[in-house]
Ligand binder design. Structure first.
Ligand code: SF4
Length: 352
């Protein structure tokens, strides 16, 4: 497709209608909407990237209690950060969070930059997150365009191009910038409105124009996707990535009240987290195959087969392996299925 300027038709009063909608029906009591410092906004934006609001609500204050400032977060070890992130998935976010805090401390005198372009140069901060921090914490004029916002704009303007292509996302970015309110005092309500409207009304499935329980949609009369009955086609869904099937063996080796864990490599599934070893040196004690279970990641379906062994003597440690007391494993950075599996095991009693 040749480079061309996309002309978006005018949707009368979109910006003002969205601001009015946010003031009346948007979200106003989320913890990160109070005391909007760059650190608090940034943390919430990263947490919300791939985790539901209900989960983040349970974890946000807890995380801030342990790491109340960017300084404390930067001074922590990556293991401490991963441990606090346990169960939220997509652990690259936690590692980038840590690297970003260190960069703010060393390169920016402990203060998050206010320029969205500079924010974007920090680890783990994309263009939309940089804009959100710049708007909410510093009142800057910048456009957000996360997945929810793409859906809202694409539907209302009937933008049915493939959004995995840079050309098309750039067209949507320009459109998002053109829609920004002129009054600085409206920027926060407008940006929050886009987020809230996408998350609660113009949802991927059953948006408000179809599901009356979600309330009415102020853009129904001009929404191209609705008027042309293409809500399910816009935004365009590209072919799904093939799901990779993975078989994984967990050697659950127990000695007295201790369990053997191995830190996973820095790249790949559950990078840098603690898990059971996938292989073991020959042990003489009898092993017991436990029921296999499935765990699904975005593009992977894993079948995990645990094998339990009660050792009379400790085995020789391999690289990155360590014995941990069962009382201490909860404080480690563990993948979610590990935490659930450990909770389901009565290892101490079994080991008696
Ligand atoms: S009419 Fe439906 S699809 Fe269009 S903006 Fe409203 S909720 Fe979204």
């Amino acid at each position: 497709m040749s480079e061309k300027v996309m002309i978006f038709s005018e949707v009368k009063n979109f910006t003002q209608d969205l601001i009015d909608w946010q003031k009346k029906l948007g979200r106003h009591d989320l913890p990160w909407q109070k005391n909007r410092t760059a650190y608090r906004v940034w943390l919430s934006e990263i947490m919300l990237q791939q985790t539901q609001v209900s989960t983040v609500l349970n974890r946000y204050d807890e995380f801030l209690k342990i790491f109340p400032t960017v300084e404390r977060l930067g001074a922590a070890t990556v293991d401490e950060v991963l441990a606090q992130w346990s169960g939220m998935g997509y652990y690259t976010r936690a590692r980038n969070l840590h690297r970003c805090a260190q960069s703010v401390m060393t390169d920016h005198d402990g203060v998050f930059p206010s320029d969205p372009k500079v924010l974007e140069s920090l680890p783990g901060i994309g263009r939309s997150t940089a804009a959100a921090v710049a708007v909410f914490a510093y009142g800057k004029r910048a456009a957000i365009l996360d997945g929810n916002v793409k859906r809202v704009l694409a539907r209302i303007w009937g933008f049915d191009q493939d959004l995995t292509k840079t050309l098309h996302t750039n067209q949507l970015w320009s459109h998002a910038e053109n829609l920004l309110p002129h009054k600085k005092s409206d920027l926060i309500a407008y940006t929050q409105g886009l987020m809230d409207f996408g998350a609660t009304h113009c949802t991927q499935y059953q948006p408000a124009c179809i599901d009356p329980q979600k309330g009415s949609c102020p853009f129904k009369k001009s929404c191209v996707a609705y008027l042309s009955e293409r809500i399910n086609q816009i935004p365009l869904k590209v072919k799904k990535v093939k799901v990779e099937k993975i078989d994984m063996t967990w050697w659950v080796m127990i000695h007295q009240d201790q369990v053997l864990l191995e830190k996973r490599p820095e790249k790949g599934i559950w990078a840098g987290l603690w898990c059971f070893p996938e292989s073991q040196e020959l042990v003489k004690e009898p092993s017991q195959a436990m029921p296999a279970f499935k765990h699904v990641l975005t593009h992977r379906q894993m079948t995990i087969k645990p094998i339990k062994v009660h050792l009379k003597k400790r085995v020789r440690l391999q690289e990155n392996q360590q014995w941990f007391s069962l009382n201490d494993v909860g404080g480690l950075g563990l993948p979610k299925p590990m935490s659930l599996f450990l909770k389901s095991l009565d290892l101490v009693r079994d080991g008696e």
